[in-house]
Design a protein around this ligand. Structure first.
Ligand SMILES: Cc1ncc(COP(=O)(O)O)c(C=O)c1O
Length: 438
């Protein structure tokens, strides 16, 4: 029997009966079912599909005569290779591939030793994931109002809201457009705060020559299926330049450290050194097949962003001709966005109606409710977790006004010219109807 290096994550070394023996591997059935899931039959060509599928599976069986199934399914060489590739792209010292961006946030908050009663400053407009961990442990979420041009966190309002209890600031690069990081980093240095960049939308964005996600102490990116690139539906990257990054493998997997061993066992388990004390991490492991998918999509990242930029610039050029539609924030020589979403804002006075009326008109034209972001104080969980949501709303007048009256997001993806033109026409015609009082 051939000796094999253990496939299990503790790396037990050469063995005739390797650790992988404790789990079932994938087989032909899974390959077939995965393929059937990924490539679906056209409604009217089911028979042809079935025949073609049989031919493909015959080829797969042929492949197996000259190869074998992948043995290692999680946290292996593909994850490592992906992390190296991402580290290179970002210019970050430490990179960890995780289940999702939310898991990355959790590790960063734990590093900050966030405790019940501590304060976190997040922008009023973001997805709940940004603050789920602080809420879950009974920390206090303070919402910063947003910059009316970008709807990103306004650093001046952050400065006003820092207290002795503040521990973490979380700028969110909404739609991929970078937050003004310099003033935030100055504030953080002055008050000894951890800056966690929610870069869920911003993989590939840059701010003054540095990649978004690498400017704060931590940055976390999302590869959920709606993002510009995806690791098969879910996935996240956490990066840091802090020395703490050397613990990323343990932070991802329960503090398990195979480089240390307790007597008669394969590894030790450690609490990790946070900023002011130890903490116990969770399990956020990602899989090899997700890493393969993401590494492959990374090869297309530049082209994907370029295509989205083309679409955004087309919309911008069409909208600029219409009074009452405000210009969207686009890339310039200082900041580069990923064009994850197009920020459409109107001036309700000039249009004679607000964004809700515009959204209704768009819906009539089949441009339906693009998911955009309601201010966090609107959600029941905030009140349930002891926050005074009326006070939070009163402290964020720009966010409230923008949400009620001024903004929505439009999608930006691999549109063909006809779709793009339809989208621009739909917005312009709707605005014109509103102006005419129809
Ligand atoms: C602004 C923002 N932050 C965080 C997340 C969470 O990312 P994930 O789903 O990878 O945890 C999302 C996801 O859509 C998001 O839009």
């Amino acid at each position: 029997m051939e000796k094999r290096v253990s496939d299990f994550r503790y790396e037990t070394g050469d063995a005739r009966i390797a650790w992988a023996a404790v789990g079932e591997n994938i087989r032909q059935e899974e390959v077939a079912n995965i393929l059937r899931f990924l490539v679906r039959p056209a409604a009217d060509r089911k028979q042809e599909y079935d025949a073609q599928f049989e031919r493909v599976m015959a080829e797969v069986r042929g492949l197996l005569q000259v190869g074998s199934y992948q043995g290692k399914l999680t946290l292996g060489s593909q994850v490592q290779a992906l992390e190296a590739q991402v580290g290179e792209l970002l210019g970050a010292r430490y990179v960890s591939f995780l289940t999702n961006a939310t898991a990355g946030f959790e590790i960063a908050y734990q590093y900050a030793n966030l405790q019940p009663g501590d304060e976190v400053i997040a922008p009023a407009i973001t997805f709940i994931a940004t603050i789920a961990y602080p809420l879950s442990i009974g920390a206090k979420v303070v919402l910063a109002d947003v910059d009316p041009r970008t709807l990103n966190m306004d650093p001046r309002d952050v400065a006003r809201k820092i207290t002795p209890k503040t521990k973490v600031i979380v700028p969110v690069h909404l739609g991929g457009y970078p937050v003004d990081m310099d003033p935030l980093m100055e504030l953080a240095a002055r008050h000894d705060l951890v800056v966690l960049e929610d870069a869920a939308h911003a993989f590939g964005a840059a701010y003054k020559g540095r990649m978004a996600g690498t400017i704060g102490h931590f940055g976390a990116f999302s590869f959920h299926e709606v993002k510009n690139i995806t690791s098969l539906g879910e996935g996240g990257i956490l990066c840091t330049n802090l020395d703490f990054g050397q613990y990323f493998p343990q932070a991802r997997f329960l503090g398990v450290d195979p480089s240390r061993k307790i007597p008669n066992w394969l590894y030790d388990v450690l609490a990790l050194p946070g900023k002011t004390g130890p903490f116990v991490p969770g399990n956020h492991s990602a899989t090899e097949i997700q890493a393969v998918c993401l590494a492959s999509q990374m090869e297309r990242l530049k082209a994907i962003i370029a295509k989205r930029e083309q679409a955004a610039r087309y919309l911008d050029q069409r909208f600029r001709a219409v009074a009452g539609i405000l210009p969207a924030p686009l890339s310039d020589d200082q900041v580069q966005t990923t064009y994850h979403l197009y920020l459409l804002q109107i001036d309700p006075d000039q249009v004679g109606a607000d964004i809700q009326a515009l959204k209704a008109k768009l819906a009539e034209r089949g441009v339906v409710n693009i998911p955009h972001f309601a201010p966090l104080y609107k959600f029941a969980v905030m009140q349930q977790m002891g926050h005074d949501t009326a006070a939070l709303q009163a402290s964020c007048p720009v966010a409230e006004e923008a949400f009620q009256h001024r903004f929505t997001h439009l999608p930006l993806y691999d549109f063909d010219q006809q779709q793009l033109q339809y989208l621009a026409d739909a917005v312009i015609e709707s605005v014109q109807e509103l102006k005419a009082g129809r």
